[in-house]
Ligand binder design. Structure first.
Ligand code: ATP
Ligand code: LTN
Length: 327
C-alpha cells in the first residue's frame, strides 16, 4: 500500500496540524510505503517572505521527524526538489474544469485575505492532485479541511483514466475519528489555522508549558458545566474534549466518563497538562534535530532521491498516454 501526504511550510505548526497531520503520518507509515512531502510550491500561492520559506521548510522537516517519522521507513522530501510535481500539475491542469476550482472553499477563504489573488492560489488543488497521483497513492492522511481537495483529486484521476487509459490509482482520504477539525480556542466555530485567527486561539507545537496552560485555561467554553461532546450546541467544550483525545489517545466517550461531574475548571486544567505532556518530548527531539541543519539536509537529499525514482514511471506514463512525442 502507498501512503502520501503533504504539509505546507507556511508558519508555526499547531496542534490542529498534529491532529490531522503529524500524528496520522506517524501512524500510517506502519501500513506500507509512505511519502511525506513538504509542499513549498504550495506555500508561494499566498503572500510570503523568501527567507522565511527556507527556514520554515527546515522547521517542518525537523517537526516531521520529531513527531515520529522514521527516515529508514518513510520518504520525507521537499516538493521543489522533485521536478515531476510541477510537470504533473501542468499536465493535469488540462483535465481540471475551471468551474470546479472556483468552488473550492480554501480558494475563496484565502483569496479574500490577499491583495494579489494569484492564479497559483486558484490552481493549487491541481498541484496537490499531482503530488498524490504521481505516487500511485492508495491512502492520504489529512484533516477535514482537505476533503474537498481530495475529492477533486479523485475526479481528476478518474477523468484522466477514462480519457487516456488506466494510469492512476484513485486515492482514499483518511481522517482521524476525533480531531479531524480542531477549532480555534477563541472562536470555536472556526478551524484552528496557521494563517487565520489570533495567537491566543492556537496551541503551537513549540509553545512552552505555561503558554499551553494559559491558552487552554482561557479557551472560550460554553455555558453549563457538563463535559459533554456536542459540537452543535457546545463547540468550545467539544473542541477541548477532542484535544484531550488527541493528547491521550482516549476516545470521546472515555474522556466524557472520566470528567463526568467535574466541571470545566478541572477539565481545562487536565487538558492543559495532557498537552504539555504530549508536546514536551516532541519539542526536545525537535530542538536536537533542528540544531543540526547538515543532518536535515542529508535526510532531505535522501528523500528527494527516493521520491524522484518513485514518481518517474507515472510521469512518463502520463506523457506517453497524453500523446507527447517521447525520445
Ligand atoms: P494554513 O492555515 O496556512 O492553510 P494549515 O494550518 O491548514 O495551514 P497545512 O500545512 O495546510 O496547515 O496542513 C497540514 C495538515 O494539517 C493537513 O492535513 C490539514 O488537513 C491538517 N490541519 C490543518 N488544520 C487543522 C485543524 N484545525 N484540525 C485538524 N487538522 C488540521
Ligand atoms: N493542501 C494541503 C497540503 C498538501 C497536501 C498534498 C496534502 C499539498 N499537497 C498532497 C495531502 C496530499 C493543505 O493545505 N494542508
Amino acid at each position: 500500500m502507498r501512503i502520501f501526504s503533504g504539509i505546507q511550510p507556511t508558519g508555526d505548526p499547531h496542534i490542529g496540524n498534529y491532529s490531522g497531520g503529524f500524528r496520522q503520518y506517524a501512524r500510517t507509515q506502519e501500513q506500507g510505503e509512505a511519502f511525506f512531502c513538504i509542499v513549498d510550491l504550495h506555500a508561494i500561492t499566498v503572500d510570503y517572505d523568501p527567507s522565511e520559506l527556507r527556514e520554515n521548510t527546515l522547521d517542518i522537516a525537523a517537526m516531521l521527524f520529531a513527531t515520529g517519522l522514521d527516515p529508514e521507513r518513510s520518504t520525507v522530501f521537499v516538493q521543489s526538489h522533485v521536478a515531476a510535481h510541477a510537470e504533473a500539475a501542468w499536465l493535469l491542469g488540462a483535465m481540471t474544469p475551471y468551474g470546479q476550482l472556483g468552488r473550492m472553499t480554501q480558494f475563496k477563504e484565502k483569496g479574500a485575505l490577499q491583495t494579489l489573488v494569484s492564479s497559483a492560489l486558484f490552481t493549487y488543488p491541481v498541484l496537490m492532485a499531482g503530488d498524490i497521483l504521481l505516487y500511485q497513492t492508495d491512502i492520504v492522511p489529512i484533516g477535514d479541511d482537505q476533503r474537498q481537495h481530495l475529492e477533486l483529486c479523485r475526479d481528476i484521476a478518474t477523468r484522466f483514466n477514462a480519457r487516456f487509459g488506466e494510469t492512476f490509482t484513485v486515492p482514499e482520504g483518511v481522517y482521524p475519528e476525533a480531531g479531524a477539525r480542531i477549532m480555534d480556542l477563541q472562536e470555536p466555530t472556526k478551524k484552528m489555522s496557521k494563517s487565520f485567527g489570533t495567537e491566543q486561539g492556537k496551541v503551537l507545537m513549540l509553545d512552552d508549558p505555561d503558554a499551553i496552560r494559559r491558552k487552554i485555561k482561557r479557551a472560550v467554553a460554553d455555558s453549563g458545566r457538563d463535559v459533554r461532546h456536542d459540537p452543535e450546541s457546545k463547540p468550545g467544550i467539544s473542541n477541548l474534549i477532542e484535544l484531550m483525545t488527541v493528547a491521550t489517545d482516549d476516545t470521546i466517550e472515555q474522556v466524557e466518563a472520566r470528567f463526568d461531574g467535574h466541571g470545566y475548571g478541572t477539565f481545562k486544567e487536565a487538558v492543559g497538562e495532557s498537552l504539555v505532556e504530549l508536546l514536551a518530548p516532541i519539542q526536545a527531539r525537535y530542538r536536537k534535530l533542528r540544531s543540526d541543519p547538515a543532518e536535515l539536509a542529508r535526510l532531505l537529499a535522501l528523500g528527494a532521491e527516493k521520491a524522484r525514482e518513485s514518481s518517474a514511471p507515472t510521469l512518463s506514463a502520463m506523457y506517453e498516454r497524453m500523446g507527447f512525442a517521447t525520445l
